[in-house]
Design a protein around this ligand. Structure first.
Ligand code: EPZ
Length: 420
């Protein structure tokens, strides 16, 4: 198993090109199931998670071809068998998103339930309720969802989500585009990935209005066609490198970043003492002075992203004073705390709040990655620590960060991948 060794204490100077967003790419890939035409996705991040979903799509009978220039061609000319087995779904939760497109296109599907996850229980009840509202008949049997569309196919409906869910909003969209008549989704998530999915579906011939607002209206169509679509730049990767620059010091230009997707983070970083310069297709992050403590609370977009909470906590360990970090989206997303503690951070957790007391003079140590964003928070702490930090179990990192060690090394960091 690979690990990453970071020799800390070097400021970052340079440019980092931001990849396409993992969490958008995965839903766009699922959209490929909705058409017998070709969907060609560009700015596709090459990640373990996109590879896992590619394997599942191939199993369903989709032609999946990686092309030069970060492109992925998907061609679901026909679906062999709308069955997504446990072994292919359990590796990556977002695989569950094939359920809606399979019911919409094939009228039936058998898809494994995704199971729990390190950061919380993460149920899929809202996904299933939305599909049922569209007329799907759903039975749970031996860990699988067995679903059938009514005769004549899914039909448009009004769905009011009792809480905001990114995955359930996207899943409902993926099914409703091929349903008969109008679907109105209320209390929708407003993340940029939702807009990216809506725009790609529109390019495929769907009629979707309101993405990015709480209410989305979809007029179902009989069929969708292929399209070429560029995945939106990854706001979590952008935010991660911005926090890394603030932690290590120096200045970094994040190329291809969409500044407007990270406003909550920019405000927090500015209050912490970093300078943020927003340009049309880049963001520059600079930090020369001392870091100040800032309290944050995670919220659905446009609030502070839960996927940046661990990274911001690593930064706050370096700030001069106490900060409070409240996690409101997932119930168990503080697993990085003991590992940051191994590097010398002083963090106490009470329920869904962590109190971080800085500044800690972090010192390198061997640490263990527990989930994707937790792992990268350890890399950030390692960049600012004295001596060597070795992050083990980095398959978590490979799930969501493309060429992390290359991107950081190009800015002067001493980061190497080692094989055990
Ligand atoms: C997406 O997960 C992202 N994953 C997550 O990123 C991200 O943290 C999350 O949105 C919040 O922004 C992908 O896009 C693949 P939710 P998702 O449904 O859609 C509860 C990363 O590191 N809920 O918005 O699963 C749920 O338990 C990952 O890249 C239900 O109760 O998140 C959570 O508490 C981690 N029932 C809350 O809603 C449901 O049916 C929000 O989850 C669905 C969700």
């Amino acid at each position: 198993m690979d690990r990453i060794r970071i020799r800390g204490g070097r400021p970052l100077h340079g440019e980092i090109e931001i990849s396409g967003a993992k969490n958008s790419a995965l839903k766009l890939m699922a959209a490929g199931l909705l058409t017998d035409g070709e969907l060609v996705l560009s700015r596709m991040p090459r990640l373990a998670d996109t590879r896992f979903l590619g394997q599942l799509l191939a199993h369903l009978g989709v032609e999946v071809e990686e092309q030069a220039g970060s492109k992925l061609r998907l061609h679901a000319a026909q679906i062999d068998d709308p069955y997504a087995p446990y072994d292919l779904v359990r590796k990556m939760r977002a695989s569950f998103n094939v359920l809606g497109p399979l019911i919409a296109r094939e009228g039936r599907a058998k898809v494994s339930l995704p199971g729990g996850c390190a950061i919380g229980a993460r149920p899929v009840n809202l996904h299933l309720e939305a599909l049922e509202a569209l007329g799907a008949e759903i039975v749970l049997e031996e860990g699988y969802v067995l679903a059938k569309a009514p005769a004549g196919g899914l039909r448009g409906a009004r769905v009011v989500f009792p809480m905001v869910s990114v995955g359930a909003t996207e899943h409902a969209m993926l099914a409703a585009v091929l349903a008969k008549g109008e679907t109105v989704l209320e209390n929708c998530a407003r993340e940029p990935e939702i807009i990216d999915l809506a725009d790609c579906l529109t390019a495929m011939g769907a009629t979707v209005e309101g993405a990015g607002d709480a209410e989305i209206r979809i007029q179902g169509v009989d069929r969708l066609k292929g399209a070429d679509w560029a995945v939106v730049p990854d706001r979590i990767e952008t935010g991660t490198y911005a926090i890394a620059a603030a932690a290590a010091g120096g200045d970094v230009v994040l190329k291809d970043a969409r500044a407007e997707h990270n406003h909550a983070l920019w405000r927090a970083l500015q209050r912490a003492g970093a300078e943020i310069v927003e340009d049309e297709a880049s963001v520059t992050v600079r930090r020369t002075g001392a870091l100040k403590p800032v309290d944050i609370q995670t919220e659905p977009f446009p609030g502070f992203a839960t996927d940046l909470q661990a990274q911001f906590m690593a930064l706050m360990a370096l700030a001069d004073g106490a900060s409070i970090i409240r996690e409101t989206i997932f119930e168990n997303r503080f697993m990085h705390v003991p590992e940051l503690g191994r590097l010398g951070a002083d963090i106490q957790v009470r329920g869904n709040e962590a109190v971080v007391r800085g500044p800690s003079a972090l010192k390198g140590a061997p640490v263990m990655a527990t989930d994707l964003r937790a792992s990268v928070s350890l890399v950030i702490a390692g960049l600012a620590a004295e001596g060597d930090t070795v992050v083990n179990r980095i398959y978590h990192l490979d799930r969501g960060f493309e060429r992390l060690e290359d991107k950081l090394s190009a800015c002067g960091a001493d980061v190497v991948r080692e094989s055990e």
